[in-house]
Design a protein around this ligand. Structure first.
Ligand SMILES: Cc1cc2nc3c(=O)[nH]c(=O)nc-3n(C[C@H](O)[C@H](O)[C@H](O)COP(=O)(O)OP(=O)(O)OC[C@H]3O[C@@H](n4cnc5c(N)ncnc54)[C@H](O)[C@@H]3O)c2cc1C
Length: 492
């Protein structure tokens, strides 16, 4: 790299900060711009009356031991270990997640499991022997689990998250989330109560004691400590990028007070939505075809309802998935079960309820008060978890770009956009919205670190992250322990 490199990073979420972390550790000057007044993007932790609420429970988990080593060094003694207890609320009963065959028999009876077995065999014949094509999310689930388990555990929840029938969603989401999960692993884990020498389903995970936002905050602290020239500019919405030639950009941003400012960059790293970026690029600006493709890359939104309760504990779960359509939220977690430090008074507790929606739909149009009241009613009347009188307070947080939607032609739209953006030498895309890829935070961080390496001149493929043909809930005992991301002095 040249000495006068100045990398401008759009977005102070995990992906942008990881890129900045890797670059600044090698002495490259970075400016990170974000429209929010906080760092962390979707990994933010909101604080209300001393109670800390992630934007939906965020766990740290990666199968990449290099990255775990990097993470441990970054977070030091802030890490706590959390036992994973996830359940699905289905038809008035609670089922373990990941699915356990014994638990299904206990809850739904032998007839249901026989029904599941028959539909699984049927789909095995259709998809494995007769090579039936997998055209959408429903096909992908049925091929993997059979029709009955799909209907019990995947259809209703997926449709609640995405707001679309599974037939209208791409199978890619299933391949990214549960490819490689064999029904035999599930049977072995649950029925035989044994663990394979090579792989097992994840049972515990790491978490930052004071909330997930500590991960991006730690990266931001390191970036600023690496040199006075580095900056993280908040309340700065990027509105325009002028391309003046290879590795020569002007990034224009608007401060929250309305003032327009700009910064020059030799490289631009974008984590802002892939559907937005082409429309703010200039010289050249994009065609109508690219605009249409960009508009077609949509997100599912999220309203998280944060409830403070005069009660010691509500549940044992790390997550509870709620499938029923007549319950407004789709998932809940109790922050105290992740780390006691999430509540200021141990005789009280709190809940985070995730309501999936789309901008302007009937849920999004509800006021915060209405959403909160409705969630409290559902908790009391439908789940019997609390009494309304135990509620001390609630607040709502709205996130418009929570889940990148994989509709049936999203990959074609991405290809059109990539072709346009490919002409800007020195522009790099990374992250969840930035690549329109359903990344976890660890994926976004890994992509960001690798992109940093690439900009530093190494031959790495950061776009390969989160494309592994292996189930992400399986931890392999064969995973090699390496230390690829170590940069001397990069962490406190
Ligand atoms: C409910 C929920 C639960 C999750 N649970 C987990 C979990 O358990 N484990 C896990 O690992 N991951 C989890 N994730 C995923 C995790 O939050 C994301 O993968 C991660 O935040 C993505 O990081 P990113 O930097 O790629 O994107 P983001 O976090 O979206 O960051 C992008 C940043 O760009 C900024 N930006 C956008 N447009 C502009 C603009 N024009 N100008 C300036 N700035 C802009 C945004 O403000 C944002 O800060 C969860 C996500 C959700 C929604």
């Amino acid at each position: 790299m040249k000495d006068d490199e100045h990398v401008v990073i759009l977005g102070a979420g995990p992906a942008g900060l990881a890129t900045g972390h890797e670059l600044s550790a090698s002495g490259v000057q970075v400016s990170v711009l974000d429209r929010n007044d906080f760092v962390g993007g979707l990994c933010n932790t909101n604080v209300h009356k001393g109670y800390k609420f992630d934007l939906g429970g965020h766990r740290w988990f990666t199968k990449n031991e290099d990255l775990n080593t990097w993470f441990r060094r970054l977070m030091g003694d802030e890490i706590v270990w959390v036992e994973r207890i996830s359940r699905i609320y289905y038809d008035g009963g609670y089922y373990s997640y990941p699915i356990s065959i014994l638990n299904v028999i206990k809850n739904a009876g032998v007839f249901t499991i026989m029904h599941a077995g028959v539909t699984y065999l049927l789909s095995a014949v259709q998809y494995s022997i007769f090579n039936k094509s997998i055209d959408n999310m429903k096909d992908a689930y049925v091929a993997q689990f059979g029709g009955k388990l799909y209907d019990m555990f995947f259809r209703r929840y997926s449709e609640k998250v995405w707001g679309l029938p599974c037939e209208k969603l791409s199978s890619d989401w299933v391949s990214q989330r549960s490819a490689g999960l064999s029904i035999w692993t599930v049977i072995q884990e649950s029925l035989l109560q044994t663990k394979s020498d090579n792989e097992s389903l994840i049972e515990e995970f790491m978490y930052p004691r004071d909330g997930y936002v500590r991960i991006p905050q730690r990266m931001a602290e390191d970036i600023l400590d690496q040199g006075e020239a580095n900056e993280i500019l908040l309340e700065s919405t990027v509105t325009r990028i002028n391309y003046r030639g290879p590795n020569d950009f002007e990034v224009v941003y608007k401060k929250d007070n309305g003032e327009e400012q700009s910064v020059n960059a030799s490289k631009v790293v974008s984590t802002i939505p892939l559907g937005v970026l082409p429309r703010i690029m200039q010289n050249p600006s994009c065609s109508q075809e690219v605009i249409d493709a960009a508009k077609g890359l949509t997100f599912r939104a999220l309203i998280t309802v944060n409830v403070i309760l005069r009660k010691e504990r509500v549940s044992i779960d790390t997550w509870l998935y709620v499938q029923d359509e007549d319950i407004l939220f789709g998932r809940l977690h109790e922050p105290k079960n992740w780390s006691p430090a999430m509540v200021p008074d141990q005789s009280t507790t709190s809940l985070v309820l995730e309501c999936f929606c789309t901008k302007d739909d009937h849920i999004w149009e509800m006021t915060d008060e209405q959403v909160g009241q409705r969630c409290v009613e559902d908790l009391e009347d439908k789940l019997g978890f609390i009494k309304a009188s135990e509620v001390i307070d609630f607040s709502c947080v709205r996130s418009l770009q929570a889940y990148p939607v994989y509709d049936l032609d999203y990959a074609d739209k991405i290809a059109v956009i990539h072709e346009f953006l490919g002409q800007f030498e020195g522009l790099h895309l990374v992250g969840r919205g930035g690549t329109h890829r359903y990344n976890n935070a660890d994926h976004s961080i890994e992509m960001g670190l690798l992109l940093g390496r690439k900009i530093l001149g190494q031959d790495v493929d950061y776009m390969d992250v989160n494309t592994e043909p292996e189930y992400h809930e399986i931890k392999s005992a064969k995973e090699p322990a390496r230390d690829f991301y170590q940069v001397e002095g990069e962490c406190k």
